[in-house]
Design a protein around this ligand. Structure first.
Ligand code: ATP
Length: 310
């Protein structure tokens, strides 16, 4: 299990690094094998920072990320890090940035071979690559031996996923992998992620797109200004959103048959109807939101003051 245990990230900012910016505050959730967890939030909410910390691209300031019980910040030395990256890999929004334009795209496979599969014969390796490409539905004739600029964003994205498959990873951090793709390729990559999940891979699916999150995930985590405001089973979070911010996010998905004023009025009416009736509502006297409370089974929300805009 990939577990985020009250994880915070504080960046040093300002001209001399004298200021601090808390990008993530006390994030607490987990990704289990064979489960897709969507991390949803607006730009700047801290989503990528959480993904980067899981991949050790950014350090954890407070709390811990553990992989099957091992605090990943304690992994030192090439061998232990290599072991970790054999289990946990990331694929990012802009697939082009993961390739060196002067090398052929399938060099990413050669690197994996020299790092992790040295003893494998040429024939065996060709077969491994072919079967990984098969899983990501790429035709070897169309992609092998090509330079990155000769391939589409969707093909490059799928090559990176094939690379992850060659490592036989357990967890994938997929950071806005769909955003740059056209509509038909999006569906292909989403279906591919669903296949990987069915094979037992745990996926942290980072997105600002609620519809994508709803489509693919078992668990949903809603992030707002670095804090988790709501999380739980996807059907609970989408079917019965509790936090005003989640409701606002869901309402902001275009509802073409309604005017925005109508949507806003409905939101307010719903919140007023709830006022005082739930144990995660705070009075204005307790305005500082604390830890998430369990509203129902597998559904957690950050306490909030009803009627106060998120
Ligand atoms: N290396 C860094 N140094 C300082 N501040 C950073 C750094 N990386 C991110 N931040 C800040 O941390 C906050 C969270 O950024 P992050 O990239 O995690 O958000 P995000 O939700 O992934 O946004 P987006 O969807 O736009 O990628 C932002 O305010 C961002 O400006």
């Amino acid at each position: 299990m990939l577990k985020f245990d009250r994880v915070s990230k504080v960046y040093r900012v300002g001209s001399f690094g004298g200021d601090e910016l808390t990008a993530v505050r006390d994030a607490d959730f987990e990704v289990r094998p064979g489960e897709v967890v969507s991390l949803i939030g607006e730009s700047g909410s801290g989503k990528s920072t959480l993904g980067k910390m899981a991949l050790r691209i950014a350090s954890v300031s407070r709390g811990a990320i553990t992989c099957d019980g091992t605090d990943i910040s304690t992994l030192r030395g090439n061998r232990r890090l290599k072991e970790y990256y054999r289990r946990v890999q990331g694929v990012f929004q802009d697939p082009f940035s993961s390739y060196n334009p002067i090398f052929k795209a399938d060099r990413v496979f050669a690197v994996i071979r020299s790092e992790y599969h040295r003893g494998v014969s040429d024939a065996e390796w060709r077969e491994k690559v072919r079967s990984a490409l098969d899983v990501v539905r790429l035709d070897p004739a169309q992609v092998l031996g090509k330079y990155p600029h000769q391939l589409s964003g969707g093909q490059l994205q799928r090559l990176l996923i094939a690379r992850a498959l060659l490592l036989d990873i357990d967890y994938l951090v997929a950071d806005e992998v769909i955003s740059m793709l056209d509509a038909s390729t999006r569906i292909d990559v989403l279906n591919l992620l669903a296949d990987l999940k069915a094979r037992g891979m745990g996926i942290l699916f980072i997105t600002h797109d609620l519809a994508l999150g709803n489509y693919i995930s078992d668990q949903t985590v809603i992030l707002h200004k670095g804090s988790i405001v709501e999380r739980g089973g996807t059907e609970k979070v989408f079917g019965d959103p509790l936090h005003p911010y989640t409701r606002k996010l869901l309402a902001s998905v275009p509802q073409f048959h309604k005017k925005w004023e109508e949507v806003e009025a409905e939101l307010r009416a719903r919140e007023l109807a709830d006022t005082g009736s739930r144990d995660y509502h705070l009075s204005t006297a307790q305005e500082v939101p604390g830890d998430l409370v369990e509203a129902s089974e597998d559904h957690f929300v950050q306490p909030f003051v009803p009627g106060v805009r998120a």
